[in-house]
Design a protein around this ligand. Structure first.
Ligand SMILES: [Zn+2]
Length: 261
C-alpha cells in the first residue's frame, strides 16, 4: 500500500491540472450514508407512504403531492446539515490552492466541497441547500428559509413573494439537472487534465466516462479511491482500496514532506 501511495504522491507532485471526480463515498467519512442520488439514504426501503423513495423524491411526486417529496427532502437536508465536510474535502481544497487548475466534478448534493473551499466546482446534481420558487424568480437558501432545518414547519415551504411552491435546486428522480452546469462542463472540455482521481463513485454515467476514456487514451494516470471494486476500477492505473479521508490525508502528508525536502 505504501508503494502505491508513494507512486500516486509522485503523480500529484508532477501534475498541474488534477480532476477529482467524486461520489457519495467522499461524504461517507462525514457520517452521511452513501446514497444513490438523493434517495439512497433510504435506498431499497419503502417510505411510510408505502412507495419507493425514488418515487417519493421524483419530479412527478413534487408536482402531485409536494408534501410527500418535501418530507423526505427535509430528512436528507437535516442529515446533511447535522454533518460537515471531512478531511478528504479539505485536502482536495488544499490541492486546489496549491495547483489552481484543479477541478472537482461531484455527484454529491451536500455542498461539502464548496464549504471546504473548492472553487472550480461542477456540481452535476445541484446543491440541496439552494432553493427556488417554481413560479417566480425568488431564490434563497435552506439556511435562510428553513432555518437550516432546525425547526418544524408546514411542508411544502411556500414562496414568501408569490405563494408558489419552493423546491431545491437539485436533480430529482425523473429529471435532468445540468442546466447550471453547462458553462462548467465547457471548462472541463477545455481543460488539459494530467491526473484524475475517482473517489467513492461507482456510477458509469457519460459525464464521468467521457473525461475518463479521453484521459485514458492520452495516458493520463487515473487513481481510484474506493473501499470496494467498481465498474470503473478496470480503467484505473492505481486502485486504492480504502476510504477517502484516510487516503487523501496520507497522500497530502507525503506531498508535504517531499515539497519541504
Ligand atoms: Zn414565487
Amino acid at each position: 500500500m505504501d508503494n502505491i501511495l508513494n507512486a500516486v504522491a509522485d503523480c500529484i507532485l508532477k501534475a498541474e491540472s488534477i480532476l477529482f471526480i467524486a461520489g457519495a463515498g467522499l461524504s461517507a467519512d462525514s457520517g452521511l450514508p452513501t446514497y444513490r442520488g438523493v434517495g439512497g439514504l433510504f435506498e431499497g426501503v419503502l417510505t411510510q407512504e408505502g412507495i419507493p423513495i425514488e418515487e417519493a423524491i421524483s419530479n412527478k411526486m413534487l408536482q402531485t403531492r409536494p408534501e410527500v417529496t418535501w418530507k423526505y427532502l427535509w430528512q436528507i437536508g437535516a442529515a446533511c446539515h447535522r454533518t460537515k465536510f471531512n478531511r478528504a474535502h479539505e485536502v482536495i481544497a488544499q490541492i486546489e490552492s496549491w495547483k489552481p487548475d484543479t477541478l472537482v466534478l461531484t455527484q454529491n448534493i451536500d455542498g461539502f466541497e464548496r464549504a471546504a473551499g473548492s472553487k472550480n466546482l461542477i456540481e452535476v446534481h445541484g446543491r440541496l441547500s439552494e432553493l427556488y420558487c417554481v413560479n417566480c424568480s425568488y431564490r434563497t437558501t435552506a439556511e435562510e428559509l428553513l432555518a437550516g432545518y432546525s425547526k418544524p414547519m408546514n411542508l411544502p415551504p411556500k414562496c414568501p413573494v408569490c405563494g408558489g411552491l419552493i423546491r431545491p435546486d437539485i436533480e430529482l428522480f425523473g429529471e435532468h439537472h445540468m442546466s447550471s452546469s453547462e458553462e462548467t462542463f465547457k471548462m472541463l472540455d477545455n481543460a488539459t487534465i494530467d491526473l484524475i482521481f475517482l473517489i467513492g463513485t461507482s456510477r458509469d454515467y457519460p459525464y464521468i466516462t467521457k473525461p475518463l476514456y479521453k484521459a485514458h487514451g492520452l495516458n493520463v494516470p487515473i487513481v481510484e479511491i474506493n473501499p470496494a471494486e467498481t465498474a470503473l476500477s478496470e480503467i484505473a492505473d492505481y486502485n486504492i482500496r480504502s476510504t477517502a479521508a484516510d487516503t487523501l490525508d496520507k497522500l497530502w502528508s507525503i506531498c508535504e514532506k517531499r515539497r519541504g525536502s
